[in-house]
Write a protein that binds this ligand. Structure first.
Ligand code: SIN
Length: 484
């Protein structure tokens, strides 16, 4: 049972046009650590999604006319309220998602940092003045909101992924309809409750979940919705992109990854081990920027494996609310079965289980942190996103060889290299076909940086000075007939 200081944060209905409403039915949200039900949530479908679209359209009429300074003030107030309720929000997050409380607190601060960032950026939505083609003309550009935006978000960061979409949308003057994952809607509802509390007008933020396919279709088919921002799997991203083609919606797609983590002979090995641990095991390996393939150069391979395995052995697994736990459950037992099948496929092709590889006694969704060695690039586990606490270590000899192995994937989100050779750091960073590269860094996400991928990892950038671009249209205005 959740024991919150602010019980008003625990909502189980959809928010549409400023009203909390029920759906045609209910569905359970369960705690992945215990399997127990935490809440019974309104199950919405196409009808409620269409209602939400109309509410967002109506709210857009006045929200788009507010000044950037007014929108900024709303976002700042929301940011402050989120931080004031950080502990409750973290408790909700851990209960429905499973990550350790310390990580959940970190995610609340991380999500809030996007709201603070875009509160600042809202005021810098600049246009341009352009030298005219003739003396009587003054071309200029202004930036305007794209309109009503649909945001579809995953269960691995139920707070931050939503905040990182809603914040730039609102800053630009757009209104939103959000569809959080059915596994973790409570964090999204709590964010919406705080937005309501600080006076963000009715209909500016609408949130519903339930029948995912129906809601997705209603949002993507709508002509009123002018943009979709999606974070989730590549397969679903492709499906949604196809659905959006009919109405030529703009899309931002933050999709799957298969991050290479490359350790060269000249790396600071202790730093590389530290970076690999946080990069691989954050959120029990359920992030799309996780190190999916750890490539280690031959001369340091044995020492890296020894140090890394020792560090993995020390990781404490358990219920995210227990003291010092670093690895929580997977989102559900089904997900765990998928990860186990990748491990057994790798082992059947010659991989060796150095540490872990089996279910953990903490519960049916827990897997012991695992290290596999003797892994090759041909195995399913290195070709697919693992999304679990399993590290695969591959030995390599040459720089060109590792760059080619690292790029041998359809994905292109995050990548990491550890080296103290500055020439190599530049050369390899430029050669890696990824949207992001960490050099001697295992955690690269923050609100100031452009987060996003290339190839089948999607397109668009979240955060940074570029983050508003996806939510604004450039309008060119030509002032002509001026005195020469
Ligand atoms: C993700 O896994 O989708 C996001 C991870 C991050 O923001 O660092």
């Amino acid at each position: 049972m959740l024991n919150l200081a602010n019980a008003d944060l625990l909502k189980s209905q959809a928010l549409i046009g400023g009203k909390w409403i029920g759906g045609a039915g209910q569905f359970p949200v369960t705690d992945p650590s215990t399997g127990q039900m935490i809440a019974s949530v309104a199950e919405c479908g196409a009808a409620e999604a269409e209602q939400a679209v109309l509410a967002a359209q109506e709210a857009f009429v006045s929200w788009r006319k507010t000044t950037a300074k007014e929108r900024s003030a709303h976002l700042r107030a929301w940011h402050a309220e989120i931080l004031a309720n950080q502990e409750d929000l973290a408790q909700i997050l851990t209960a429905e998602q499973g990550k350790p409380l310390a990580e959940a607190r970190g995610e609340i601060a991380y999500g809030a940092s996007y709201i603070e960032w875009f509160a600042e950026e809202a005021k810098r939505t600049y246009g341009e003045t352009i030298p005219g083609p003739s003396a009587d003309k003054r071309p200029i550009t202004i930036r305007q909101p794209v309109g009503v935006v649909a945001c579809i978000t995953p269960w691995n960061f139920p707070n931050a992924m939503l905040a990182r979409k809603i914040a730039p949308a609102l800053a630009a003057g757009c209104t939103v309809i959000c569809k959080p994952a059915n596994e973790t809607p409570l964090s999204a509802f709590a964010l919406a409750a705080l937005a309501e509390k600080v006076g963000i007008p009715a209909g500016v933020i609408n949130i519903l979940c339930g029948k995912t396919d129906e809601i997705g279709l209603a949002l993507t088919r709508s002509n009123i919705v002018r943009k979709l921002s999606f974070t989730g799997s590549t397969a679903v991203g492709k499906l949604l992109s196809a659905q959006c083609a009919e109405t030529l919606k703009r899309t931002s797609m933050e999709l799957g990854g298969n991050a290479p983590f490359i350790v060269f002979d000249d790396a600071d090995l202790d730093e590389a081990v530290k970076g690999a641990i946080i990069c691989k095991f954050r959120n029990a390996g359920q992030t799309c920027v996780c190190a999916n393939r750890i490539y280690v150069q031959e001369h340091v391979y044995n020492s890296f494996v020894a140090k890394f395995s020792k560090a993995v052995e020390r990781l404490k697994t358990g219920d995210g609310r227990s003291a010092n736990v670093e690895i929580g459950p997977l989102i559900h037992a089904r997900a765990l079965q998928g990860v186990l099948s990748l491990i057994s496929d790798a082992v059947s092709h010659g991989a060796e289980v150095k540490i872990g590889g089996e279910l953990h006694s903490a519960g049916e969704a827990f897997l012991s942190p695992t290290v596999l060695t003797n892994v090759t690039n041909e195995m399913r586990i290195t070709q697919q996103e693992i999304f679990g606490p399993v590290a695969t270590v591959v030995k390599f000899s040459l720089e060109e060889e590792v760059v080619s192995m690292a790029n041998d994937t359809e994905y292109g989100l995050a990548s990491y290299i550890y080296t103290r050779d500055i020439g190599r750091a530049w050369r390899v960073s430029e050669a890696l076909e990824y949207g992001m590269v960490g050099v001697n860094e295992g955690i690269i996400s923050n609100e100031m940086a452009p987060f996003g991928g290339i190839k089948h990892s999607g397109h668009g950038r979240e955060g940074s000075a570029h983050g508003l671009d996806d939510y604004t249209e450039i309008k060119y205005i030509c002032f002509g007939g001026l005195d020469k």
